[in-house]
Design a protein around this ligand. Sequence first.
Ligand code: SAM
Length: 229
Amino acid sequence: MDATQGRRHTADAGGQGTADADAEQFWERHYGTRRAWDAHVNPLLAETAAPLCPGVALDLGCGPGGDTIWLAQQGWHVTAVDISTTAVERVRDRARDLGIAGRVVTEQHDLASSFPAGQFDLVSAQYFHTPFAFPRGRVLRTAAHALRPDGLLLIVDHGSTAPWSWNQDPDIHYPTPTEIAAELDLDPEHWSVLRAEMPGRQATGPAGETATVIDNVLLVQRRDRSMAA
Ligand SMILES: C[S@@+](CC[C@H](N)C(=O)[O-])C[C@H]1O[C@@H](n2cnc3c(N)ncnc32)[C@H](O)[C@@H]1O
């Protein structure tokens, strides 16, 4: 993957990248037509990161940026990445409005073709789903390789369909944490699975309705110091 092709959104940087036009348009429409921009940290990320000493984090598919903003507010330096230019621009603007712009860099990437440069203490992939063909296993494996020694990769996926979800495909299969770990295909000599669980939680839909939904959670730690770049 080419780390140079993303479009960086800071006060002082610009550039052009390539992206799958359909996927980019889809997610641009998704965020461009979104009036409410309410974004909160995922509790599973907060639970994982709260005990850690703040370092350098990467938020893959940051979307509205609730996770990025929360991490930056805890003292982390965060690179927030999304295929949607609207999403990353809004995260950048929100960070600026909150006075934490110095700890947030936003970059537009189609992660199928480019990946941000750097080494990270924490990589977070929260509900990193897309309806388009996407080499997710390869991207997440690249993320695992971008970890510093002792760094953590937290993947939180949907494990069930909420009644208000835009995707009600009855045949949808949500990969289990074990299946996600198998897709990553990481050498157990160098990466450890710290958590592979499917907890339920009470979720609230856009109209205030509630339902129990499942999250598929995988937490991986890089162990091998000799492999770090
Ligand atoms: C289901 S949303 C989750 C957003 C956010 N992480 C959250 O928890 O609310 C999936 C996110 O992945 C982004 N995404 C989809 N395909 C992508 C790609 N090829 N490269 C980078 N980001 C992508 C979307 O724009 C979207 O923001």
